[in-house]
Design a protein around this ligand. Structure first.
Ligand code: OGA
Ligand code: MN
Length: 221
């Protein structure tokens, strides 16, 4: 029954279409409000309880370099011990993974992700996601948890559109329920500093090295 519903789920078709055409997609109200709010509550609680750690920038992490690059706090989602909210989240991410594989032949075999909190003033400088792990990160997936976010709060995700002279970048506000996906090795991006704490679930679908040929536009710059 689930498979039949998934086949016709307009969310997945919309995301696949945009990824195939442009390499990135902004999809609002990806989850229902109840699940989004639960995830936000869980994230805030973990942060308040001191259960989140400063994110690293690479092997042999140097704190001074890290502070210049990124200031967010993260906690990896452990699929073997998910909270109630995370359980729901992982279910939807699995359905999306299967749908993208079916529609775009991406050969995505796994999702890995973490909760992230950017305290007021925190940022993540311009970077590319692809080469941060040993495994192949193919599609970046960011889901936002921030109610009543206004442009004045800052904290936009700025995606640099390679090769586009007229529109060098897009700024995307981290509003609750919004899912942003993009081809990991194609778009440099950054997180602008926010005036209030900014919460998200950030992760990646991975492929095996030299996976199958996929239907996606190539990097042009
Ligand atoms: C990242 C990242 C974007 C965002 O964690 O690698 O780029 O909007 N996050 O939180
Ligand atoms: Mn990133």
């Amino acid at each position: 029954m689930d498979a039949i519903r998934t086949e016709h789920d307009p969310r997945y078709a919309n995301i696949a279409e945009h990824l195939a055409a442009a390499g990135w997609c902004v999809h609002d109200e990806f989850l229902d409000g109840e699940l989004t709010q639960r995830l936000a509550r869980e994230c805030r609680l973990l942060w308040q309880q001191g259960e989140m750690r400063r994110a690293a920038v690479g092997k042999g992490d140097d704190a001074r370099i890290r502070d210049q690059v990124r200031r967010d706090l993260v906690r990896w989602v452990d699929p073997t011990t998910p909270t109630l909210g995370q359980h729901g989240w992982l279910h939807h991410l699995e359905q999306l993974r299967l749908a993208l594989n079916r529609m775009l032949y991406l050969g995505l075999f796994e999702y890995e992700g973490h909760l992230a909190v950017y305290p007021a003033g925190a940022f993540y400088r311009r970077h590319l996601d692809r080469f941060q792990g040993s495994a192949e990160r193919r599609i970046s997936v960011v889901f936002y948890l921030n109610d009543a976010w206004t442009d004045d709060d800052g904290g936009q995700l700025r995606i640099y559109l390679d090769g586009d002279q007229a529109t060098p970048f897009v700024d995307i506000a981290p509003v609750a329920g919004r899912l942003v996906t993009f081809v990991s090795d194609r778009f440099e991006h950054e997180v602008l500093a926010a005036k209030r704490p900014r919460m998200s679930l950030t992760g990646w679908y991975r492929t095996r090295p030299s996976g199958p040929g996929a239907i996606l536009p190539e990097r042009s710059a």
